[in-house]
Each structure stands twice: as structure tokens, then as C-alpha cells.
Design a binder for this molecule. Structure first.
Ligand SMILES: Cc1cc2nc3c(=O)[nH]c(=O)nc-3n(C[C@H](O)[C@H](O)[C@H](O)COP(=O)(O)OP(=O)(O)OC[C@H]3O[C@@H](n4cnc5c(N)ncnc54)[C@H](O)[C@@H]3O)c2cc1C
Length: 491
């Protein structure tokens, strides 16, 4: 039986391992950390529980399909809970907007907030759905690098409509064509950050993301998102995958342009196929010898956004906050110029707060709340001062909260912080990026590394830095695309 080594136990690696084991391969998975899950992980601070990475699940049907492929029903493992309002937005002028997936609630909210924009919203959703309908089959469910798979009648029909994906202007330019209210423009400019990109640079094709959220819905998993990881580990083990934790892979071994195995904790493990779930660029920078031209080319890709995370166990209950909240900056464009051009922390950051105890009361004590606070940050470069950035950003976040009526400074009982350096250390993501490679380049959907490295027989990739990109549904899909590719090549 062909031996397959999966390197990395993030969602892409787990999804690939499950599918390969289900196909009958002998699969061993190696994860450097003590806990599986990669960025989707869990943290406990005293009586407070936190998700460390994703806080919102979109396209849940991709998760359901993975469970079905493994021969089980996802419903037997956990429930998806619709989050609605999906997000509560707080603006510097004091106005507040609840964004609902429920269309009639959304229209009622718009009626109160900015009545002239109801028609704009309806038109925008039709436009976003059209992009979704074309791009999902072509770029998400298939590999753009495998013409034999891509050119079936369904995707061929979609490819004929490719001119409608709005790739030649930016997200911001397109959004401005629909909306006139600056606050709604800011809301719809926010969606490219879901894959770590800049709305003032990224192609308007990313306007598919609002359709994913408003048309299909945003979900939470009862008990916390780590329940998904636990379920995937259970499935993988049930199907015979051997999982090693605290097993940092030190080298990917190859000879005569063929994979021969890995070196892990000083031990050689022979394998003719490797599914690497670690960041592709890091993989070439640290694990694979030779292939310098590939490595140099990959290092020219712009990493996605990074982030600074504050995990706060906060005394008190804050009923004006919802499960997901955004406190916007006054000048969004300036914020992105800080992050993507100057590569420095924004001085007036947009602040995202997820509070899962709004849905799961036992994630915090009765008189407290578990605040996951995320601020977009630049990826790592020499000369940044992260201890100083934590000090200034923390202060800026607390002042912004106070301006909106949440004076929590003296109520923070527990605190833990992740900087971009921590994201690099914890997950090995290139320069601390959260989503792999940014989509600011309009051609990135085609240029992002394929799920197979053709120059080295037996090397495949799954995860946020490979096709189709970052975010939970996409990395799960990358595991599927890679596993199917392996199955077609390795009998
Ligand atoms: C703060 C934050 C918020 C997010 N919010 C959302 C959200 O709301 N919705 C959403 O859909 N997505 C979100 N994401 C993105 C999502 O979490 C990721 O796209 C996804 O989890 C990445 O999965 P992956 O398969 O690329 O693997 P990763 O999670 O990157 O895991 C890779 C694994 O490889 C391991 N590894 C690295 N090097 C080695 C080595 N040498 N040997 C062995 N193992 C190694 C790492 O330890 C890690 O476990 C968020 C991410 C973060 C960090």
C-alpha cells in the first residue's frame, strides 16, 4: 500500500488525510505542535474559553460533504448555529448597523439606517451572486491547474461567462458604484479582509464574499469551532490515519526528482508521497533543498494580512455587543495604506470582537464575557517593534471601546496576546500571514501555488497558501483537490 506522509495538522492536512485514508492509502500525519488544528485552535484562560483563529464558518456545505465522504453525518458530531445578526457595526459617528443574513431583517435595518440604499443592496446582491455562481465552480470546487478536471460541461459553461467576474477594477471601485452611504461602502469594503486582502487593491471578483455571507449565511459551531477539529481527528483515526503530535518535520527528502520521505525529530520516515499542509513558501524556505528558482519566485508573492489578537476575559456583561462586532476606523483607506504599504501597525485600527459566550454561556463565568479581539496587522518585515506595537494598539483599542461606551480597561481579568511573530512561531505561516498569499494581484487565482508540485514527483500541497486560498472552506477544499490529484496519479 502506498505510504503517504501528511506534513501539518491544520484543516487542509486533516481533510486530505481523511479523504486519502477513505480511498485506502496508508496515511501518517505529522504535526509540530502538541495540539492538532493549526490556526483553528482553542485557548483557556481561567474560566474563559476562546477560539484562537476562525470565528465564523461560511459555506458549511463544504464541511458536510467532507463528513459524507468519510461515511458519516456531520449532524452526529456537532450543530451549525446561524449567527444573525452576523455582525454589528459601530461607526466613528456613533451610528450602529446590524448586518443580517435574513433578507427581510436586513431590509428593515437598512430602512432605519439608510433607506435609499435598499435598492442598492438588492442590486449588489444580484451582482455578487453572479460572481459567486461563476467563480465557485471554476476556482473553488476545481483546480485551475488541472484542465482535464476543469473542462467539464458545467465549468466550461462558467468559463464562457468569465468576463462577468469583474476582475479589472478594485473591490472599492465596484462597491462605490452601488452605494452612496460611506458607512455601507466601508461595510462592503471589509470583505476582502476575509482572505487577507486590501479592498483598495484587490479585484472586485472578491465581491463574491458578501454573497457567501448574506446569501448562504454565517455560522458558529456549538461548543466552539475546535469541535470541528476534534471531529476531524476522530474521523481520521477511525479511518486508520496515524497522527503524531510534537512531530516537527525537519526535511522533505527527495532523490532524482522523486519524493523519498521526511525527516522528523531526527528520524527518517520513508514515503513516496507527501501531502504538505504547511505554508508552501515556508516549505521551500525551510524544508526542501534545491529548487532555488521556485523558492525565489514564491518569495516574490505578497503575503496576506497578519493580525494582532487580544484574548480578554472581561468582567461584566455587555448587552450592546453582539456575537460578532466591528468598530470601524475613521479612514479605512489610510488604515490599509499603513498595513499594506508602510507595513506598520495602523494608528486608528478597525477592531473586530467575537464573543462566543453570547451563544454558549459556559464559555465565560456568569458575570463575564470572553472577548476575542482582532486587529489587522502587516505581515512581518525586519525592523518592526512588536512589543511597542502591542502597547500602542492595546491603548488605541481600549480608547476606541471607551468612546463607544465600553470602558473595560479595569475589567480585564485575564489577557493573552498573539502578534504576527506569534502566528509565525505557532503555525509556521509565511511572515506571520493569516491567509497565505494576498489576493491583491488580480491574477492570483491563477498564480497561487497548485496543489501539486510538478517538478518533484510525489509532492502535493493543501492549505491556505495553495489553491484555492485561505479561509476554512477553501483550505478544506484544497485537501480534497490534492487528495483527488494523488488518487489519479498514485495507484
Ligand atoms: C486570527 C484568525 C482568524 C481567522 N478567522 C477566520 C474566519 O473567521 N473564518 C475562516 O474561514 N477562516 C478564518 N481564518 C483562516 C483559517 O483559520 C485558515 O485559513 C485555516 O485554518 C488554515 O488552515 P491550513 O490548512 O492552511 O493550516 P494551518 O492552520 O496553517 O496549519 C498548518 C499546520 O502545520 C503545522 N506545521 C508547520 N510547520 C510544520 C512542520 N515543519 N512540521 C509539522 N507540522 C508543521 C503547524 O503547526 C500547523 O498546525 C482565521 C485565521 C486566524 C489566524
Amino acid at each position: 500500500m502506498t505510504k503517504i506522509a501528511v506534513v501539518g495538522g491544520g484543516l487542509g492536512g486533516l481533510a486530505g488525510a481523511i479523504r486519502l485514508a477513505r480511498m485506502g492509502y496508508d496515511v501518517e500525519l505529522f504535526e509540530k505542535n502538541e495540539r492538532i488544528g493549526g490556526k483553528m485552535n482553542e485557548l483557556h484562560l481561567g474560566p474563559y474559553r476562546f477560539d484562537t483563529g476562525p470565528s465564523l464558518i461560511t459555506m458549511p456545505f463544504i464541511i458536510d460533504e467532507l463528513f459524507e465522504c468519510a461515511g458519516v453525518h456531520r449532524q452526529d458530531y456537532f450543530d451549525f448555529i446561524p449567527v444573525d445578526p452576523m455582525c454589528r457595526y459601530f461607526f466613528p459617528d456613533g451610528s450602529i448597523f446590524n448586518a443580517y443574513a435574513n433578507q427581510s431583517k436586513m431590509k428593515t435595518e437598512l430602512q432605519h439606517f439608510s433607506p435609499t440604499e435598499i435598492v442598492a443592496f438588492e442590486k449588489f446582491m444580484l451582482y455578487a451572486k453572479r460572481i459567486y455562481d461563476i467563480t465557485t465552480d471554476v476556482f473553488v470546487l476545481n483546480s485551475v491547474h488541472r484542465l482535464s478536471r476543469l473542462l467539464n460541461w458545467k465549468t466550461a459553461k462558467k468559463l464562457l461567462q468569465i468576463r462577468h467576474i469583474d476582475a479589472f477594477r478594485t473591490v472599492h471601485d465596484a462597491v462605490c458604484q452601488f452605494y452612496t452611504d460611506k458607512r455601507l461602502i466601508q461595510i462592503f469594503d471589509r470583505y476582502p479582509t476575509y482572505n487577507g486582502s486590501d479592498p483598495f487593491k484587490a479585484p472586485a471578483t472578491l465581491n463574491t464574499i458578501p454573497y457567501v455571507e448574506y446569501g448562504i449565511g454565517g455560522y458558529y459551531i456549538r461548543g466552539g469551532l475546535y469541535r470541528l477539529v476534534e471531529a476531524l481527528v476522530h474521523l481520521a483515526q477511525k479511518l486508520g490515519v496515524t497522527i503524531h503530535t510534537s512531530a516537527a518535520v525537519e526535511k522533505i527528502l527527495h532523490k532524482n526528482r522523486k519524493i523519498t520521505g521526511i525527516q522528523v525529530n531526527g528520524r527518517i520516515v520513508p514515503a513516496s508521497v507527501i501531502l504538505s499542509n504547511i505554508d508552501v513558501i515556508e516549505c521551500f524556505n525551510t524544508l526542501i533543498s534545491g529548487y532555488e528558482r521556485t523558492r525565489d519566485a514564491l518569495n516574490t508573492f505578497e503575503p496576506s494580512l497578519s493580525g494582532m489578537l487580544f484574548f480578554w476575559g472581561v468582567r461584566g456583561r455587555y448587552d450592546r455587543l453582539a456575537h460578532h462586532n466591528i468598530l470601524f476606523s475613521a479612514d479605512y483607506q489610510r488604515e490599509f495604506r499603513h498595513i499594506f504599504d508602510a507595513l506598520e501597525p495602523p494608528d486608528d485600527p478597525t477592531v473586530y470582537i467575537a464573543i462566543t459566550c453570547k451563544a454558549d454561556r459556559d464559555h465565560a463565568p456568569m458575570d463575564g464575557e470572553n472577548w476575542f479581539v482582532l486587529v489587522n496587522m502587516p505581515y512581518l518585515k525586519e525592523g518592526q517593534d512588536w512589543p511597542e506595537a502591542v502597547r500602542t494598539t492595546r491603548q488605541a483599542v481600549l480608547e476606541k471601546l471607551k468612546r463607544h461606551g465600553f470602558d473595560i480597561q479595569d475589567n480585564i481579568e485575564y489577557e493573552h496576546v498573539h502578534t504576527p511573530e506569534d502566528l509565525y512561531r505557532l503555525y509556521g505561516s509565511n511572515r506571520g500571514s493569516i491567509y497565505g498569499i494576498s489576493s491583491n494581484d488580480r491574477n492570483m487565482a491563477f498564480r497561487r501555488p497548485a496543489n501539486r508540485f510538478k517538478k518533484l514527483k510525489g509532492l502535493y500541497f493543501a492549505g491556505g497558501s495553495s489553491h484555492p486560498g485561505g479561509g476554512v472552506p477553501l483550505v478544506l477544499q484544497s485537501g480534497k483537490i490534492a487528495a483527488e490529484w494523488i488518487a489519479d496519479n498514485v495507484r
